[in-house]
Design a binder for this molecule. Structure first.
Ligand SMILES: [Zn+2]
Length: 280
């Protein structure tokens, strides 16, 4: 009997040792990558691509150093797949820039679950079937972007349009916000927060969402609803994704009209975009 228990204890400790070994391999691999990219010079060609983007040009030298490192890491770690198009430096660098801009306040690797970025040349069509009243409905959607389970799908035409027009819309930020929201396994507009923040987050977001939704249903439009657009009111997940777009794309107006939500997003993203991007 004692021999049996000894065997069980031995087995348990072997499992723990294997687990710790696996963890340390991952840790040292990450540290090696961080060291490598921290000492890598940011390519001039990448820098010239980013010069067209206001949010890049106005970053402080410290933030530029950090985002250069995050972009190099992103391009190295993520798989880019072009559908009926070739992936070039411009596509990689611009996608990486906006995805990393959202993570500028995070630690490297924090909340990072995207492994694949799929790029379509233009809008893409998705067929979905859903059940309603016992009947299957087939629907066709024309999409600018989509995200699920670590894969983000984006239309390059829409990225180019958002940048050229200095739009408050940004399909990359929108889709990566969905990925952040989905970190806890539920697309409900509430990403993983510090435990003390859930209550206030829920109050602030629900109150604003419900008010705007009621106004929309009554046919009323306000400056606030126009700033977000009606798509934001489709559900709570879209509301969070569009608010994230405005937080990075038009922070002056967003803070002025949605101060409570701005405050919550500032805490979540650990960035004060109204101060960072004074011209937006
Ligand atoms: Zn969406």
């Amino acid at each position: 009997m004692i021999g049996y228990y000894l065997l069980l204890i031995q087995f348990f400790f072997t499992l723990v040792a294997l687990f710790l070994f696996w963890q340390s391999v991952g840790y040292f691999r990450r540290m090696w990558q961080y060291k490598k990219f921290k000492s890598t010079l940011f390519p001039k060609v990448y820098e010239s691509i980013l010069q067209n983007i206001y949010q890049y040009r106005v970053l402080s030298p410290e933030h530029k150093d950090k985002i250069h490192f995050l972009i190099l890491l992103f391009i190295d770690q993520k798989e880019f797949v072009g559908v009926k198009m070739a992936i070039n430096d411009e596509i990689k660098v611009i996608t990486a820039f906006y995805a990393c801009l959202m993570r500028l306040g995070f630690e490297p690797g924090e909340k990072d679950h995207v492994s694949t970025v799929i790029i379509y040349p233009e809008h893409f069509i998705v067929n979905q079937t859903h059940l309603s009243g016992g009947i299957h409905h087939d629907e066709t959607f024309v999409l600018e972007g989509q995200s699920a389970n670590g894969t983000v799908v984006i239309s390059w035409q829409d990225i180019k349009h958002d940048i050229a027009e200095q739009q408050k819309n940004n399909v990359i930020i929108h889709e990566f916000a969905h990925e952040l929201d989905f970190e806890d396994g539920v697309a409900d507009g509430t990403p993983i927060l510090e435990s003390s923040h859930y209550k206030i987050w829920s109050e602030v977001f629900s109150k604003t969402f419900d008010t705007l939704k009621d106004q929309l249903n009554n046919g009323e439009m306000s400056v606030r609803s126009e700033l977000l657009g009606t798509y934001a009111l489709k559900n709570e997940a879209e509301f969070f994704a569009v608010c994230s777009e405005r937080f990075f794309g038009s922070p002056q107006a967003f803070k002025a009209y949605f101060p409570d939500i701005y405050k919550e997003l500032k805490l979540f993203y650990k960035l004060d975009t109204q101060k960072l991007f004074k011209g937006l």
